[in-house]
Design a protein around this ligand. Structure first.
Ligand SMILES: NC(=O)C1=CN([C@@H]2O[C@H](COP(=O)(O)OP(=O)(O)OC[C@H]3O[C@@H](n4cnc5c(N)ncnc54)[C@H](O)[C@@H]3O)[C@@H](O)[C@H]2O)C=CC1
Ligand SMILES: CC/C=C\C[C@H](O)/C=C/C=C\C=C\C=C\C(=O)[C@@H](O)C/C=C\CCC(=O)O
Length: 266
């Protein structure tokens, strides 16, 4: 996909990985709908981006992605404001093992919903232009993490859903490529949650082990995840892929064995 003048919607865009993705998309000439529940940081983020890219290139929509009406409304506002939608990045996520249902709701259910709403706007049979959806998972979606069982489950779910819906999109000729990114630890505010009982609950006792894991594997800069996103968007051959990003191997793809029976081959 040629990114100049395309319109992207990024959830969790106020800070961290989502913000880096918005910045990278703007650098490529996109217009970006910034979606986040944090109105204060979201507005600050838009103001900072305005200084670099001008006021017309972004719109900030306050929205809790786990609220169906708010999420639908955010898509509608961004589509109406910019007149089209080409890219959706379902990035908003939390680490909360105490209120674990919230983690499933934000990290998995909202990603599924964001994908379906995105398809409604972008798929060619609905009169859309086609496009691309990228769902942000984690290396925790590919391996067990004992101190984060529900986070881990939500991220495994994102990968299974994304690989499956990508096959549906291809066989249904939706014109929309759907991929997932699995970063290792990234230097963003979410890492601070490992210190908090309100996030970790019974697993707070493992915080030193998590810190050791981070020290061992190292922290990635958010800009590298944005680089991975741009690579996926610009390469029209990629669909149903699981991109991994690590300090040791950088941007690379997970390799799966061929399935013995695949109803809808990608
Ligand atoms: N930082 C890391 O080490 C890694 C993060 N990830 C994933 O990347 C994504 C982004 O995480 P970070 O930027 O690191 O976290 P972050 O905490 O820095 O940023 C997350 C953003 O999402 C927003 N958000 C959270 N819940 C929301 C909701 N219900 N509705 C709307 N916005 C909401 C927050 O306000 C915040 O702006 C998440 O899905 C996370 O699980 C994946 C692998 C590693
Ligand atoms: C704690 C804050 C919440 C979430 C952060 C994040 O999503 C959780 C990550 C959990 C586990 C991360 C593991 C990271 C491992 C590594 O970086 C490397 O050792 C890579 C290991 C295996 C991947 C092999 C490969 O690159 O193909």
């Amino acid at each position: 996909m040629h990114l100049e003048d395309k319109v992207a919607l990024v959830t969790g865009a106020a800070q961290g990985i989502g913000n880096a993705c918005a910045q990278a998309l703007l650098e490529k000439g996109c217009k970006v709908g910034l979606v986040d529940q944090n109105t204060v940081v979201g507005n600050e983020s838009k103001n900072n981006l305005d200084k670099q890219f001008g006021t017309q290139r972004t719109i900030f929509i306050p929205c809790d992605v786990s609220n169906e009406e708010q999420l639908k409304d955010a898509f509608k506002k961004i589509f109406e404001h910019f007149g089209r939608l080409d890219i959706v990045v379902n990035n908003a996520g939390v680490n909360n093992e105490k209120n674990w249902e919230v983690t499933v709701h934000i990290n998995l259910i909202s990603v599924i919903r964001g994908t379906y709403i995105g398809l409604d706007y972008m798929k060619t049979e609905n009169g859309g232009n086609g496009g691309a959806i990228v769902n942000i998972s984690s290396l925790a979606g590919l391996m067990p993490v004992p101190s984060q069982p529900v986070y881990c489950a939500s991220k495994h779910g994102v990968i299974g859903f994304t690989r499956s819906i990508a096959m549906v999109s291809k066989t249904g000729k939706y014109g929309v490529r759907i991929n997932t990114i699995c970063p290792g630890f990234v230097n963003t505010p979410i890492l601070q949650t490992i210190e908090k009982e309100e996030n970790m609950g019974q697993y707070l006792i493992y915080k030193e082990e998590l810190k050791d894991m981070m020290k061992c594997h190292g922290l990635l800069p958010p800009s590298l995840i944005a680089e991975g996103l741009i690579k996926i968007l610009e390469d029209d051959t990629l669909n149903g892929e699981v991109m991994k990003i690590t300090t040791k191997q950088g941007i690379h793809f997970h390799e799966y064995s061929p399935l013995p029976f695949q109803a809808n081959k990608q």
